[in-house]
Write a protein that binds this ligand. Structure first.
Ligand code: PLP
Length: 433
């Protein structure tokens, strides 16, 4: 077991009895009665109520222990309930829990802004803090509009940038747009992710109303799709040629997930605007949008009332949590660990690729997708994996992908054990080619 594995206890799964257990089943009716019925999918075999989590282990209310291959939506990069992050939040909570983001600033916000600017590619010189990923993207879209005087965007099929009304404008997942399409502008140019750069250039050239192109360097929700080598770089050049801003949504890929601190470093691409969130504070909701100074300075100087802000902007506990998270990512060189473990994972998954149910295996760092023949197989494996102590998520436009995005501190024996379990489940699927 390596040092990080030891620090995080790094336990294997321990399941006793039927999943979901009796305590979970007892809690379901209350949730079904009280929560909007749209939020949590409830069935006889899914989900389980979580009670606690540590490192890459999650424990449910029945005391079953799981190996988490999701990092809870790619958030817990330094491990669930990370002690240093928890201590930073607790200390800050005692000192100052909430301040006045855009009126009376805090010293810890200054420190976080400096830190963020030191870890993103140089050239991104100004920061705007927010709480969720969608808010960071909203801020990016508004910024691009102000900086260019234009209001339309190019985005990609399969893109997920959040579910607020503004971010739905650039969503590439039809089911999220559909119920609200009557209020969406219809101005977004949706293109194929990873498409031939010449075709992409031609499509963009017919749209003089475009302010920017927004893209995930690796599509997450669409099923961990990595574009062809050099594609992001080509996109950068095309944006330069056409005087379009390039917005990179690194909310999923950021903070070491794909093997570099930010995925754009892989191809040495400098965006005009970058959106980050999720793993930024390892679970405390804080996000940010960073831009080149001349782009950010399209916003007018505050005359006492910000044109775009929110109650929790720069929340001091979020700043403390982010500083503690980033310090650990750097100290333990978690991007390098993601690369190293990712190569191991790739080798392990290669065996699964041979199974007739599996259509593709793709990913980078610790962001991988197993694409199955159909969504029913993926759903069955997600549910069966839970009964065997492994938490994975369904992804992909039709739900036919299982994504693997564990905490970056996961110990190799934990990862191996979880993959053994998935392998066994895939192997027992009776598919013909
Ligand atoms: N952008 C990307 C690439 C995401 O993966 C997500 C969430 O999964 C978002 C934006 C939205 O973030 P949030 O759910 O925090 O609003």
């Amino acid at each position: 077991m390596d040092r990080l594995g030891r620090m995080n206890e790094a336990l294997l799964e321990k399941i006793h009895g039927k999943i979901p257990g009796a305590q979970t089943r007892a809690l379901v009716p209350n949730l079904a009665r009280t929560e909007s019925r749209n939020v949590t999918y409830l069935s006889a075999d899914f989900p389980v109520f979580w009670r606690s989590a540590k490192g890459a282990n999650v424990t449910d209310v029945d005391g079953n222990r799981y190996i988490d291959l999701t990092a809870a939506f790619g958030v817990a990069n330094v491990g669930h309930s990370n002690p240093e992050v928890a201590a930073a939040i607790a200390a800050q909570a005692e000192l100052l829990m909430h301040a006045m983001g855009d009126v009376h600033p805090t010293e810890i916000k200054n420190r976080l802004l400096e830190k963020l600017l030191s870890i993103v590619p140089s050239g991104l010189g100004k920061v705007f803090l927010a709480s969720t990923g969608a808010e960071a993207v909203e801020a990016a879209l508004k910024t691009a509009m102000l900086a260019t005087g234009k209001s339309a965007f190019a985005a990609f099929h399969g893109a997920y940038h959040g579910l607020s009304l503004g971010t739905l404008e650039v969503s590439g997942i039809p089911k999220f747009r559909e119920p609200f399409k009557h209020v969406l502008s219809d101005r977004t140019l949706l293109l194929d992710f990873g498409m031939d750069p010449d075709v992409l250039r031609a499509a963009l050239s017919g749209r003089p109303d475009l302010a920017a192109v927004i893209v995930e360097p690796v599509q997450g929700r669409a099923g961990c799709i990595v574009p062809p080598p050099g594609w992001l770089r080509a996109l950068r050049s095309i944006c330069d040629e056409m005087r379009l801003l390039l917005i990179l949504d690194e909310i999923y890929t950021g903070f070491g997930r794909t093997g570099t601190m930010f995925a754009c470093e892989y191809e040495l691409v400098l965006p005009d605007i970058i959106c980050i969130g999720k793993a930024m504070a390892n679970g405390f909701p804080i996000s940010a949008m960073l831009a080149k100074p001349f782009v950010m300075d399209a916003w007018p100087l505050s005359g006492g009332e910000a044109l775009h802000t929110s109650t929790s902007l720069g929340n001091p506990m979020g700043c403390a949590a982010a500083l503690a998270t980033i310090a650990q990512i750097e100290r333990s060189d978690l991007p390098a660990r993601a690369t190293q473990l990712g190569l191991h994972l790739q080798t392990r998954l290669a065996a699964a690729a041979a199974h007739p149910c599996v259509r593709a295996i793709r990913g980078r760092g610790l962001m991988w997708g197993i694409q199955f023949r159909d969504a029913a197989i993926a759903e069955r494996i997600v549910k069966l994996a839970l009964t065997k102590g492994v938490i994975v998520l369904q992804a992909g436009l039709t739900g036919n992908v299982i994504s693997i995005t564990p905490p970056l501190i996961i110990a190799q024996p934990q990862l191996d054990r979880a993959i053994d379990i998935l392998d066994g489940l895939i192997g027992s699927e009776s598919c013909t080619a």
